[in-house]
Design a protein around this ligand. Structure first.
Ligand code: HPA
Ligand code: ZN
Length: 331
């Protein structure tokens, strides 16, 4: 296959599934490690990229990289670096998964300071790069339901114009979605909008349980729903939005290859699908690379890309004034 050429860099894009720490450019993490005298050489390859094999190891390397993010100032710098890169890919609106566990260990007071720094960087990026960010506080599933409740308390205390979403990420096969129902109920009552990773590694049962027990409006990935067409139809009928990350799925082996990716089938069956990068430097991708690959493999073009952006904006966890403001950027 020929190398992607970034033809689609300038078309306006909406990205709903991006892990803030996972979007950290390796050079940014290496630079912070050097500043702090920390040795993180084990997680980098000689060419400077992140070094890991498979999903479990990815999560470990991810957490090792996060060790250099020691305070609000580091997250302010990270947010600016990530948004500058996203804006350069044509992204005009993005939502990022934020982890109160990585931002003060689940302590509400500490989290407030981290979140303020992230929001401050978001305002600067909006002025400087023309990109809008909203935050989604996210449970790290493999840390268990008790830590999940700490995350929910942090989210509930800071829900507002900027922190608009609540999510569930991490090792999908640990426990069941219902273990997190208390946290999702609390977040919903605080007015937060809900999404959860499911059906990246788990089967249709994991997607169905997530919808039933956590009452989410969106699903992170959700691609394995394709194995149960009655479930696909239910997702379509309920209007649940899938945050599909094809490059991530191919790189981590959740699907065998690009041509096997179920995105076009899900769209054809009426499911609201969006496209995101997940953890772009870890998966050697960017938003324009995703678009280029979708063009090469599935013959997507301008009308599909405009549809994806509109679906993304309609499913975005922002207030209506923000949605209208961003809509003008998609024209
Ligand atoms: N999947 C699940 N959990 C994660 C990811 C991911 O891609 N990145 C960070 N946490
Ligand atoms: Zn993800």
């Amino acid at each position: 296959m020929t190398e992607p050429t970034s033809d689609w860099r300038d078309i306006p894009k909406v990205e709903l599934h991006l892990h803030l720490e996972g979007a950290a450019p390796p050079a940014f993490i290496r630079g912070l490690a050097a500043e702090k005298g920390m040795d993180l050489s084990a997680i980098f390859r000689p060419d400077g990229g992140y070094r890991y094999e498979g999903f479990e190891h990815f999560l470990q390397v991810y957490e090792a990289a996060c060790q250099v993010l020691t305070g609000p100032e580091e997250f302010r710098r990270l947010t600016l670096a990530v948004l500058e890169e996203s804006a350069s890919q044509g992204v005009v609106y993005t939502e990022a998964f934020l982890s109160p566990e990585f931002c003060g260990g689940g302590d509400v007071g500490a989290w407030r300071e981290y979140l303020a720094a992230i929001q401050d960087a978001a305002m600067q990026a909006e002025r400087d790069f023309g990109i809008t960010l909203r935050g989604c506080a996210t449970i790290i599933r493999h840390l268990g339901p008790d830590k999940g409740r700490d995350t929910a308390r942090c989210a509930v205390e800071t829900a507002g114009d900027f922190l608009t979403g609540f999510g569930l990420a991490g090792a999908e096969m640990m426990g069941r979605p219902g273990d997190y129902a208390w946290s999702f109920d609390a977040a919903r009552e605080a007015g937060l909008r809900l999404t959860a990773h499911a059906g990246e590694w788990g089967g249709p049962d994991m997607v169905a349980d997530t919808i039933r027990d956590l009452k989410v409006e969106r699903i992170g990935h959700g691609i394995n729903a394709i194995r149960d067409l009655a479930l696909v139809d239910d997702i379509a009928e309920k209007g649940i939005v899938l945050e599909v990350c094809p490059g991530s799925n191919v790189f981590l082996g959740a699907v065998p290859s690009w041509k096997d990716h179920p995105l076009p089938k899900l769209m054809a069956r009426g499911v609201k699908c969006t496209v995101s990068t997940d953890d772009p430097p870890f998966f050697h991708t960017t938003m324009s690379n995703e678009y280029d690959m979708l063009e090469q493999v599935f013959d997507f073009g301008e009308s599909e890309f405009r549809h994806l952006a509109e679906t993304g904006l309609a499913g975005a966890f922002c207030d209506e004034a923000t949605r209208e403001r961003v809509r003008k950027r998609l024209a």
